[in-house]
Design a binder for this molecule. Structure first.
Ligand SMILES: NC(=O)c1ccc[n+]([C@@H]2O[C@H](COP(=O)([O-])OP(=O)(O)OC[C@H]3O[C@@H](n4cnc5c(N)ncnc54)[C@H](OP(=O)(O)O)[C@@H]3O)[C@@H](O)[C@H]2O)c1
Length: 431
């Protein structure tokens, strides 16, 4: 059999340990499929003395992850450390400059520096792969780059953050409030001690920006993602959505057309009969609409040791087979620089929720703002006290109309002392 592909592994946490276990457990089948063995030779992490769940005795330890790619016993570096900058980025640059292949699960780094790294990798004619960076174990990058490569893709959207999905589906199942479920998710290890990246939508936005670039052949535009997290959702919103025939999911949505790129991460109301309504717990799902393939649905574990390691090792198998390819399918110089799309003209239905003072005339004030902004109301529900200092909840669903009209209605109500907090506006996912 041919010479092994020798891996330098930076990061021995959840995913790094998973890669070691997978490469060992499936060594024979991986060697058959890749045409040669894949072996980890050298490992690196922050603390050499730390007790690990895997035996590191067979591997050389190198304190400096940045220069793993310069070692003669390493053909490819796998970075499983994280962070958009810092040692991960230094390691990526140094590895590619050393003429070695680089594999990562680091969505933050790819969202911020993916174009630079891809340009360098193309110039050096080495592979740069990041399947595990988007939707963990789901082979969605491969699915779009290879399986759906013949299609023009106009829209790609999905559930890209398992932590948020776990929180939302648990709120749905238990009727508990956001803060309470978040605490439990942290205790169970589904949410980080600092959950901000997840619950504020940033992690989903990183993944969406990468997915959009692959789907549309456009330059990554992470700052162009209009991002709202799940922190403002109340148990009452989930219950109200349920009564109306919806679940609430954090959806990342990207569309391309006329040289414009629309990217948004926002909680959406998802109709019960939509495939994404049935994606529960820490699962991820991505829908891509190809002009010949039709709707493609990719679903599976978006995180976790085994699934994420599976995606990382799939990249290593490609590299062992000699597959390089442009990291974003299209060479960086040919990726289209799209303008961020104006959103006001977008049509859709929306859910609006107001927390209002419990006094006469408030409902009339809200409906007047809707009328003046040209928003047509499909249904309106006023609930009793929602527990927030005597505030009452008013929820409504609009008919199909421009998003700009809803934004105008909200603007008209700005500063009103009838509202105890700013209105919450969620889009309703169409067919
Ligand atoms: N966990 C998942 O399910 C998942 C899913 C998809 C993508 N990812 C991505 O995969 C990457 C790794 O995630 P993870 O969950 O495995 O992280 P993790 O469990 O926190 O492990 C991080 C590893 O990086 C090492 N490290 C941290 N700072 C370092 C430094 N300055 N120099 C050298 N090593 C350093 C740590 O060393 P010590 O062990 O010595 O402290 C640890 O081994 C991240 O980019 C993450 O976004 C993770």
């Amino acid at each position: 059999m041919a010479e092994p592909l020798r891996v330098g592994l930076a990061g021995l946490g959840t995913v790094g340990a998973g890669v070691i276990r997978l490469v060992e457990a499936n060594a024979a089948l991986i060697a058959r499929r890749a045409g040669r063995p894949i072996v980890v030779t050298t490992v690196s992490a922050r603390d050499r003395r730390k007790k690990r769940s895997v035996d590191l005795a067979p591997y050389t330890w190198d304190d400096d992850m940045v220069i793993l790619g310069e070692r003669p016993d390493v053909d490819v570096v796998v970075e499983l450390v994280g962070g958009a900058d810092g040692p991960a980025l230094a390691c990526a640059r140094a590895t590619i400059e050393a003429g070695k292949a680089f594999v990562t699960a680091n969505k933050a780094m790819i969202a911020h520096h993916g174009l630079e790294l891809a340009g360098k990798a193309e110039a050096a004619k080495v592979a740069l792969k990041f399947e595990a960076a988007v939707a963990g174990g789901i082979p969605v990058i491969k699915g779009l780059r290879e399986g759906a490569a013949a299609n023009a893709i106009e829209r790609v959207y999905g559930i890209l953050n398992g932590t948020c999905n776990y929180i939302l589906s648990t709120m749905e199942d238990t009727g508990r409030d956001f803060a309470d479920v978040l605490r439990e998710a942290q205790a169970k290890g589904y949410a980080e001690a600092d959950p901000a990246f997840d619950i504020e939508g940033t992690d989903a936005a990183h993944k969406l920006s990468i997915l959009a670039a692959i789907a549309f052949g456009s330059r990554i535009d992470f700052p162009g993602v209009d991002t709202t997290g799940i922190t403002r959702l109340k148990a009452a919103d989930i219950a109200q959505a349920d009564a109306l025939g919806y679940v609430i999911r954090l959806i990342g949505m990207a569309e391309a057309g006329d040289g414009q790129l629309f990217q948004r991460v926002q909680p959406h109301l998802v109709p019960f009969d939509h495939p994404l309504a049935h994606v529960d717990g820490a699962t991820n799902a991505v829908v891509a609409e190809g002009n010949f393939s039709g709707r493609l649905l990719f679903q599976g574990a978006g995180a976790g040791e085994g699934p994420t390691a599976s995606a990382v090792v799939a990249d290593l198998i490609d590299i062992a087979r000699g597959e390089i390819g442009a990291p974003f399918s299209v060479p960086v110089a040919e990726l289209e620089a799209m303008e961020p799309a104006a959103t006001g003209h977008r049509q859709g239905r929306a859910y609006l929720r107001f927390m209002v003072a419990d006094r006469p005339g408030v409902l009339a004030e809200i409906t007047a703002a809707m009328r003046d902004a040209g928003v047509s109301i499909e249904s309106l529900i006023q609930k009793g006290r929602a527990g927030d200092a005597g505030a009452v909840m008013v929820a409504m669903v609009t008919h199909e109309g421009p998003e700009s009209a809803v934004a105008e209605a909200v603007r008209l109500l700005e500063g009103s002392d009838s509202l105890t907090e700013p209105p919450l506006v969620l889009q309703i996912l169409g067919e």
